[in-house]
Design a binder for this molecule. Structure first.
Ligand code: NAD
Length: 489
């Protein structure tokens, strides 16, 4: 979209620039590519570790003033930011579609969620921020929640707007300032949309810094003395390194990582509904979602019919440029990701899985794929694919389903489909997971729910609703006496 001159999202605003104390020219520039066409969409600044130090220092200096701003003014900024998204939906949709390879409805989901998250942030500033504790007479003792200071946020490419703003908005609402590092493949949807929204909504300069950059920039954030907390969303391998580095520098760190999410279909399920759930969960946004249905466990009585329905869906879902508005699946984000997806499919077939549909690609467009006969030890069973691959596993008893479901290091999302809610709940209670959906597939999020995973899917952190207070503040114990007492010394 080079040359786009819409006033709000004018590419000249960010061409070769960082949002560091406002828009400033960077020492290096980065071309942003459209995955569907390979064309250069726009150019942004590429941050360096030195930029992190400068951004964090500025954010730290701005924090006390921001936290002290009257709550009505802070709430008004979040409400205005939400209204800007509603006003600019058409332009923002285009950026999300073209930069991330999303079909327009997925961009719509991101924008709708962003509005909800901003309204939640506006409400957060007037929520109670503490507890009155029992104490000796004449003394007030209270626990209040105080901001950490500067929060560093590192986000991935797949749902870049939601995964950035779900941390940016509550971190700010709790009185922190923010340094945000979007993925360099999606710096607009994951960063500069928010810079523009908050700039126009009246957020004081320096409260939000946006630095597109690579792993070196993220690492510099984990080590920077001005940054008190790191909120990371991304792969388990990178997250583990982030946790180690942030821990070394004694920062609070919250990690939202990968998933290999199970959809268990019991023998009493409506197979057509179950296939619809499975296809949505496996193929939405080309399977590039942390909550993607990564394994479909189907009872042996229904597995043949389920496979038949899944193959029909995979064969008919159109794949192509999402800007055409005529496809169900767009491109994968990069050739690297496509090659990884393809290698997992091919290796799984070599390991004995049956390729029932798909398994081919054109440029970055990977065909919706169905693998059957998937068993433990195969790559499709063990690894997060992050591509449009429905991996079907057959089981013969509920105990076996539980055993297969628990054979994973991850614990993000679980779906169970059955005609009996009681049966589904009893089975689900035997499987550790951060998100549980009875009679639904695995992909779901809402602004006010505590979202996050267990095991290799995270370190126990959550985003959303009540969890935002836990993540973005810390307790301070305060006692107040009218006069100082006299001690024996
Ligand atoms: P990734 O870990 O490669 O990158 C994510 C972010 O981390 C990017 O901004 C990247 O530049 C940065 N980064 C990479 N290495 C880093 C390092 N060593 N230090 C600091 N920062 C570093 O992830 P990806 O492959 O781009 O994203 C997909 C992954 O994210 C999948 O595993 C997916 O499941 C996961 N994810 C999790 C959630 C969740 O909420 N649990 C949501 C979306 C995606």
């Amino acid at each position: 979209m080079a040359g786009n001159d819409a006033a709000f999202l004018n590419t000249n605003t960010w061409d070769g620039k960082l949002f560091l104390g406002g828009w400033n020219t960077a020492s290096a520039a980065l071309d942003v590519l459209e995955p569907a066409t390979g064309a250069v969409l726009t150019r942004v600044g590429m941050a360096t570790p030195a930029d992190v130090a400068e951004a964090a220092k500025r954010a730290r200096a701005a924090q006390a003033g921001w936290a002290a701003m009257p709550y009505e003014q802070r709430a008004a900024i979040f409400r205005k930011a939400a209204a800007i998204i509603e006003r600019e939906t058409a332009g923002m949709t285009q950026w999300i579609v073209r930069e991330t390879g999303s079909i327009p409805p997925k961009a719509g989901v991101e924008l709708h969620a962003a509005v909800g998250i901003l309204h939640e942030a506006a409400a957060m500033v007037t929520q109670p921020g503490g507890l009155l504790l029992p104490s000796d007479g004449g003394r007030i003792s209270l626990a209040r929640r105080v901001p950490h200071g500067v929060v560093g946020i590192i986000s991935p490419f797949n749902f870049p707007l939601i995964l950035s703003i779900r941390a940016v908005a509550p971190a700010l609402a709790a009185g922190n300032t923010v340094v945000l590092k979007p993925d360099p493949q999606t710096p607009i949807a994951g960063g500069y949309l928010m810079a523009r929204i908050f700039e126009e909504a009246g957020l004081p300069v320096d409260c939000l810094q946006v630095l597109p950059g690579g792993a070196d920039v993220g690492q510099a954030m984990c080590a920077d003395p001005s940054i008190a907390m790191i909120s990371f969303t991304g792969s388990t391998s990178a997250g583990s390194g982030v946790g180690e580095l942030a821990g070394k520098h004694l920062k609070k760190v919250t990690l939202e990582l990968g998933g290999k999410n199970r959809l268990i279909i019991l023998d009493d399920a409506d197979v057509e509904l179950a296939a619809s759930c499975a296809a949505w969960g496996a193929y939405l946004h080309q399977g590039q979602i942390c909550m993607t249905t990564g394994l479909i466990l189907a009872h042996e009585k229904i597995v043949a019919r389920l496979t038949e329905l899944m193959v029909a869906k995979a064969t008919h879902l159109p794949v192509g440029d999402p800007a055409s508005q005529k496809v169900a699946l767009g491109p994968l984000i990069s050739a690297r990701q496509r090659d990884r997806v393809h290698a997992i499919v091919q290796d799984s077939v070599k390991q004995g899985a049956h390729l029932a549909a798909g398994g081919t690609y054109d440029r970055l467009f990977y065909k919706p794929t169905v693998l059957t006969g998937v068993t433990p030890g195969m790559r499709a069973f063990e690894e997060e694919v992050f591509g449009p691959v429905a991996s079907i596993v057959s089981y013969s008893s509920e105990d076996e389903a539980v055993e297969l479901a628990n054979r994973t290091i991850y614990g993000l999302s679980l779906g169970v489909i059955s005609a009996s809610v009681g049966r589904a709940m009893a089975l689900a209670n035997r499987i550790p997971t951060g998100l549980l959906h009875i009679n639904a597939q695995t992909v779901a999020d809402e602004p006010h729910v505590p979202f996050g995973g267990r095991g290799a899917s995270g370190n126990g952190g959550r985003h959303g609703g009540p969890a935002n207070w836990e993540e973005f503040t810390q307790w301070q114990w305060v006692t107040i006496k009218d006069t100082a007492p006299r001690y024996p010394f």
